[in-house]
Design a protein around this ligand. Structure first.
Ligand SMILES: [Zn+2]
Ligand SMILES: [Zn+2]
Length: 151
């Protein structure tokens, strides 16, 4: 599959990447649309505090489910989804208080701990998904009414 890689500040290359392997709790998503966030442009300029090239940026996408991990239920192949781009720990006091967006150890897409979403396929955990029936794939994530404190 192809992905956009910021190889160094101010340089983006389309590169072949290995197809992500779907773990048991993950969903393979074919990315249909990806927005460019302010943090992506900061990364591109080499000025982001923790997203540093070389890296696949991008974290605001809509897509279609292409495969399901063995332990994933409640979703179907072909469903259109938007994806929350952070994985909170679910255990700290912020997560337990319903504020996963301020979890101090959350994992971000487009960082050294999780591949970014400017790729043909991505593989986030199923708990990061939000289905929106009737969602148009071009609907910006911030308009999709995701019930997340960070959105
Ligand atoms: Zn963003
Ligand atoms: Zn947490």
């Amino acid at each position: 599959m192809r992905a956009a890689v910021v190889t160094e500040p101010l340089k983006v290359e389309i590169k072949e990447q290995p197809m992500p392997a779907v773990k048991d709790d993950e969903v393979l998503v074919e990315v249909l649309y990806a927005g460019i966030c302010g943090s992506d442009s900061t990364l591109y300029r080499g000025a982001h505090p923790f997203r540093k090239p070389p890296i696949i940026p991008g974290h605001e996408i809509s897509g279609r489910i292409a495969a399901l991990g063995r332990h994933v239920s409640g979703y179907e192949i072909g469903q259109r989804v938007v994806v929350n781009h952070t994985i909170p720990c679910d255990e700290c006091r912020y997560c337990r208080a319903g504020l996963p967006n301020v979890c101090p150890t959350k994992i971000y897409a487009g960082s050294d701990r999780m591949m970014g979403f400017f790729a043909q396929y991505v593989c986030p955990p199923a708990r990061c998904f939000w289905l929106r029936m009737g969602l148009r794939t071009k609907t910006p994530l911030w308009q999709s009414r995701c019930p997340l404190p960070s959105m």
